[in-house]
Ligand binder design. Structure first.
Ligand code: GAP
Length: 456
C-alpha cells in the first residue's frame, strides 16, 4: 500500500466533500477551511465519540457550552494577555514573518529550539546564517514576543468601546463556571467538566491544511481535584487520551508521548500525544497539570472565593485542575490520513478506501438496487425506513461495482444490495467495506446487525 501524500489527502477531501478551502470563490482566505457535507458528519461523529468517553461513560462529569466572548478580565487572570505569545522574527528584506522555533527547527531538525532562551535562539540564527525560507536572504529584526490573542471591540460609540478577545482556549469557560456547577449540580471533588467549542489564535505560521489554523475547535476536559491527587490523574489522562485514539482506530505505533520542554505559563507538567503525520510526528492532544493556577487567579481578579469545603475533612482549599485537550481539526486530519488508502485489488483495479471506525463514518449504510428498473421501488422504501435509524445513502446510478467503490471511498462501512431475493424472500446481501465480504441476512435483522457493528 502506498503512503498518502498531503496534497493527495487535500484533493481527496475536496473531491468527496469533506473539507473545502474557506471563501474559495473569492480566492480563499488563507488557512481557513470549510467542512463540507461529509466532513461535517465526520466531525459531529467525532464529537459524539468524545462526549461518550468523557461525559456519558464517566461519573461526576458534565458538559458546558459557555460563550465565546468573555469578560476581558478573564484573560488577564488566565495570563493570556501577558504571556500567550510565540517568539517572532521578521525578514527585513521580504517582510515575511517567522516563528523563531520553526525557523530553527526547519533548518536543523535535531535542534530543540524550545529549550533555548531567546538570546540563544538569536545567536543560533546568526551563527548559522539561517536564510529566510521565503526570499533566501539573511537580514532579520530582533526577536520579539507576538501575542496570539485576537482582539475586537464592543460598544456603540468610539469612546465607550471595550476591548474584548476571541477566546484562545475553551478551558477558561469551564473555570469561570466552576462555582456555578459546584452549586447547581451539588458536586464533590473530583469532578469533570467537558467543553467542545471554537477558539481563535493569531498564529504566526499557520499551515499544513487543518493542522494549524487561526480558527479551530477543541474538545477540552477539566478534572477538578484535591492537591495530591493531581499527579495520578495526570498520568491517568495521558493513557486515557491514547486509548481514546486507539479505540477510534489509530494504531498504537503511530502515537507517541512528548513531554513539554517549554511549559505554558499555567502548567506544572505537560505531555502531548503526537501522531505520525506526513511531515513527521506532531501534536494532536495535550495533558496539562494546571495546578491551582487558574482558580487562584480567578479568585484574585474577581474577588470571589474559589475555595472548596471538603465535606469529609472540613478542609478549605482551592482545587487543582488536570486538563485533557484534543484538537478537533487535528484529530480529523489524523483519522483521515490514517484511514485513507489506495488499494490494489486482486483483479488489478485500484480502489480508494476510507477505513475509519464505523461510528465515525458519515454514512453507515448504502442502499443499492441491483437493477434500477426492477428493484428501485423496493430499495427506496427500504432506504426511507433505514433513514429513521442511521445516516443512509441511496445510490442507483452506475454499475454495482462503481457504487461499491464510491461508498468505499467515503468510508460507508456497509452496503446492501436489493435484488429479486429481497422482493421474494425479504433477504438482502450485505457487503463489508474493508473485507469486501458479502453475506445474506434477513431484512428484519438488518437494524440490529448494523447497530451492533457501529458501536463505539
Ligand atoms: N487549554 C489548553 C490548550 O489550549 P493547547 O496545547 O494550546 O492547549 C490544545 O491546545 C489542542 O488544540 C492541541 O493539542 C491541538 O490539538 C489543538 N490546537 C492548538 N493550536 C491549534 C491550531 N493553531 N490549529 C489547530 N489546532 C490547534
Amino acid at each position: 500500500m502506498e503512503k498518502i501524500k498531503m496534497e493527495e489527502l487535500v484533493a481527496y477531501c475536496k473531491n468527496y466533500g469533506f473539507i473545502f478551502q474557506g471563501s474559495e470563490i473569492y480566492g480563499g482566505l488563507a488557512n481557513t477551511w470549510d467542512y463540507g457535507p461529509l466532513g461535517s458528519r465526520l466531525k459531529n461523529n467525532l464529537k459524539d465519540a468524545w462526549r461518550k468517553r468523557f461525559v456519558q461513560e464517566r461519573s461526576n462529569s458534565y458538559e458546558l457550552d459557555p460563550a465565546i466572548l468573555m469578560h476581558p478580565k478573564v484573560w488577564e487572570a488566565s495570563g493570556h494577555i501577558a504571556s500567550f505569545s510565540d517568539p517572532l522574527i521578521d525578514c527585513k528584506e521580504c517582510k515575511a514573518r517567522h516563528r523563531v522555533d520553526n525557523l530553527i527547527n526547519e533548518f536543523d531538525k535535531k535542534i530543540n529550539a524550545d529549550k533555548m532562551s531567546q538570546k540563544e535562539q538569536l545567536d543560533f540564527i546568526k551563527n548559522h546564517k539561517i536564510p529566510c525560507p521565503k526570499c533566501g536572504k539573511f537580514n532579520y529584526t530582533n526577536i520579539r514576543d507576538f501575542n496570539l490573542l485576537f482582539e475586537t471591540h464592543r460598544g456603540v460609540t468610539e469612546d465607550s468601546k471595550l476591548k474584548i478577545y476571541l477566546r484562545p482556549e475553551n478551558a477558561q469557560g469551564e473555570y469561570v463556571n466552576f462555582l456555578n456547577v459546584l452549586r447547581s449540580m451539588r458536586c464533590k471533588l473530583p469532578f469533570g467538566l467537558a467543553q467542545i467549542g471554537t477558539v481563535f489564535r493569531n498564529e504566526i505560521t499557520p499551515g499544513n491544511f487543518v493542522f494549524r489554523t487561526i480558527e479551530f475547535e477543541q474538545m477540552e476536559y477539566q478534572t477538578f481535584c484535591k492537591k495530591g491527587e493531581d499527579e495520578k490523574l495526570y498520568d491517568y489522562f495521558k493513557e486515557y487520551g491514547k486509548k481514546f485514539y486507539t479505540d477510534l482506530g489509530i494504531p498504537q505505533e503511530k502515537l507517541t508521548f512528548h513531554d513539554h520542554d517549554k511549559l505554558a505559563h499555567y502548567a506544572k507538567a505537560a505531555c502531548d500525544i503526537y501522531y505520525e503525520f506526513p511531515w513527521g510526528p506532531d501534536e494532536i492532544n495535550g495533558t496539562h497539570n494546571r495546578t491551582d493556577f487558574d482558580l487562584r487567579n480567578h479568585q484574585e481578579f474577581s474577588g470571589v472565593s474559589h475555595e472548596y469545603l471538603d465535606p469529609d475533612t472540613n478542609e478549605k482549599f482551592i482545587p487543582y485542575i488536570v486538563e485533557s485537550t484534543y484538537g478537533v481539526g487535528r484529530t480529523i486530519l489524523a483519522l483521515l490520513h490514517n484511514g485513507y488508502k489506495k488499494e490494489k485489488l486482486e483483479n488489478g483495479e485500484e480502489r480508494e478506501l476510507l477505513s475509519i471506525h464505523p461510528f465515525l463514518a458519515p454514512y453507515k449504510l448504502a442502499v443499492l438496487p441491483l437493477v434500477k428498473k426492477v428493484h428501485a421501488e423496493k430499495a427506496n422504501s427500504i432506504y426511507i425506513d433505514l433513514s429513521k435509524h442511521f445516516m443512509t445513502i441511496y445510490d442507483e446510478s452506475g454499475s454495482i461495482g462503481k457504487r461499491y467503490r464510491r461508498n468505499d471511498a467515503i468510508g460507508t462501512p456497509f452496503a446492501i444490495t436489493i435484488d429479486d431475493e429481497t422482493i421474494n424472500n425479504n433477504t438482502i446481501t450485505i457487503r463489508d467495506r474493508d473485507s469486501m465480504q458479502q453475506e445474506v441476512i434477513k431484512l428484519e435483522e438488518l437494524v440490529d446487525y448494523i447497530n451492533e457493528r457501529i458501536k463505539f
